[in-house]
Design a protein around this ligand. Sequence first.
Ligand code: CTP
Ligand code: MG
Length: 232
Amino acid sequence: MTTRVWAVVPAAGRGTRFGGPVPKQYLLAAGEPLLAHTLEALLSHPGVAGVMVVIAENDADWPGWNALAGKPVVTCSGGDTRAASVLAGLQALPESVRADDFVLVHDAARPNLPPGDLARLLEVGRADPVGAILAAPVRDTLKRAGDDGGIDRTEPRERLWRALTPQLFRRHQLTRALLDAAAAGVAVTDEAMAMERQGARPLLVEGDERNFKVTTPADLARFEFELSRRDG
Ligand code: CTP
Ligand code: MG
């Protein structure tokens, strides 16, 4: 019997690459905001106890949920960067989440998290002293560009992975790591990077490519396609 984990969902971004007046996490797919799909994917796992959604200050689009799938949904205000938003979420978690409890961090903009991937991350990550992240091996050939836009060389792609979310770390260790990165002025782009700076070696858990991040309108169309396949 393992304790249940909370999830922190950074959803305070403005979606500048997507464009448009409504932040991408609130755009509808199959009649529901992307954020609802994301939260339902997390909360459908019996090991997830609740979610802390980190939203922008004065977020006019937040639908005001306080429960989904029978589990608590709480909010706090985010910061100027994804890392600052995640840190705010960790600090605002309920007191029932202890310092050494594992916490999932998952992008609001990844609505297509496969249940099996979440289950495997929880199983593998909680057996590790540090934690783990979902990731996908790089499949394209990688080129290093020179200043002139020409190719300097081809980089070996062996052992290169693309970091996905969720990422699973202990509440206190991750909070400490994000605070240290901020104090050092280092812009960390995921949780694992903050942990790596502390000398930790998080595990890679191979995840499905379909757990992509919605960044542009083409990605939203792709998610709608994935939804139609799921139902059909
Ligand atoms: N995010 C956040 N706080 C920020 C910036 C981003 O909580 N200050 C969240 C986003 O809402 C998103 C996730 O982090 O769920 C991943 O970020 P990204 O895909 O870059 O979303 P945006 O920052 O909103 O998009 P863009 O970079 O195109 O503006
Ligand atoms: Mg961004």
